[in-house]
Design a protein around this ligand. Structure first.
Ligand SMILES: Nc1ncnc2c1ncn2[C@@H]1O[C@H](COP(=O)(O)OP(=O)(O)OP(=O)(O)O)[C@@H](O)[C@H]1O
Length: 333
């Protein structure tokens, strides 16, 4: 199934940007204003702000060391901000940690297990931390580990360990779930399975904040996202907004040189900063555009008038990965 079909339809009442008046916007579950976190002289998070609404998936993306885990630490109540304000489920997550912790689930990058305990015994031990814990059997089934219940933790594959992490994060029936790189180290089939679990949880009303280095995963799951770089949010919005604002489509074709020299075609190629390569008597051109139809029209009509063709024409919608790479490259310059 194409990725776009897996995302929530625009008419879904939990979609954050539903038309005014059609559905009231869901309440804010997380509010972050001007957040700063420092480690000594390193400003790991440097004045960021965002909000997360009930029932949505919010993806925090970014380069290595961008500040994602530090931000999650603050939201989860494990770290106190140096500056700014943070509200999670209407409370200060650091000062009122005990009040909100029964309502949140946290899947860390590495929970740290006792390697000699069985999977079942591990879940049973963690159940004691929750007043209203999911049963061991339900937990195993939820993450697809029933067949590994008797295995020792040290015998689990990397993907199975991540699933055990997820089972523990879900033990207390959380309404807000934090996932720090939930699918790292998992094979494609395991990733599909984990994404399906997350989608089902969100369909059941859970709010999810996740970090991931898999941008296709974020594009598929997230209602809204923020891309961090060196402690700051560089880009944010719905997936569609980010794609529309930061790049549209990539057009590629091969045209005869005389077509490229026509003034109306030169104007388009110049305006779009097209890359042009001469190859075997024709020009291979490629450029980014938010309006492929308008930009292709002069090119195609000029070619038709000259009795020529625009060969190998492709129009490719750019992905979140393209936005991410362009952002990272522009910041390096
Ligand atoms: N305990 C710490 N002490 C000192 N510096 C730290 C500490 N933890 C993180 N940092 C630094 O803070 C910055 C942000 O780190 P953080 O782990 O939040 O980034 P991240 O976006 O989660 O990175 P990654 O994608 O690599 O996991 C980095 O420069 C990192 O080296």
């Amino acid at each position: 199934m194409p990725i776009t079909q897996l995302r929530r339809p625009a008419s879904d009442p939990r979609t954050p940007h539903s038309p005014a008046g059609a559905n009231p916007r869901p309440p804010q579950v997380i509010q972050v204003h001007d957040l700063v976190v420092s480690y000594g002289s390193t400003r790991a998070v440097d004045g960021i702000g965002f909000e997360v609404r009930a029932g949505e998936v919010f993806a925090l993306l970014g380069t290595n060391g961008a500040g994602k885990t530090t931000t999650l630490d603050v939201l989860e109540g494990f770290r106190r901000p140096a500056e700014g304000s943070v509200s999670v489920l209407g409370a200060d997550p650091y000062r009122e940690h005990d009040r909100i912790s029964p309502r949140i689930g946290v899947m860390l990058q590495d929970a740290g297990f006792f390697e000699d305990l069985s999977v079942r015994a591990t879940i049973r031990a963690w159940r004691r931390f929750h007043r209203r814990a999911r049963s061991v059997d339900d937990s195993l089934e939820l993450v697809g580990l029933t067949h590994r219940a008797r295995a020792r933790v040290r015998q689990l594959s990397g993907g199975e360990r991540r699933r055990l992490d997820l089972a523990l994060a879900l033990l207390g029936h959380p309404e807000l779930l934090f996932l720090d790189e939930p699918t790292t180290g998992i094979d494609p089939e395991g990733r599909r399975h984990t994404l399906r679990i997350i989608r089902d949880l969100v369909a059941g009303g859970m709010t999810v904040v996740l970090t991931t280095h898999y941008l296709d995963e974020a594009q598929e799951l997230a209602d809204r996202l923020a891309i961090m770089h060196r402690g700051r949010i560089q880009v944010s919005g719905t997936v569609d907004q980010v794609l529309a604002q930061h790049c549209g489509s990539r057009v590629r074709c091969a045209i005869p040189a005389e077509v490229a020299e026509a003034p109306e075609v030169r104007a388009v190629l110049h305006a779009r900063g097209a890359e042009v390569q001469r190859h075997a008597g024709e020009l291979r051109v490629s450029f980014d555009t938010s309006d492929p139809q308008a930009d292709l029209l002069p090119l195609l009509t000029t070619a038709a008038r000259a009795g020529a063709q625009a060969r190998d024409l492709t129009v490719e919608r750019r992905t979140l990965e393209d936005v991410f790479l362009a952002l990272a490259e522009s910041q390096e310059q």
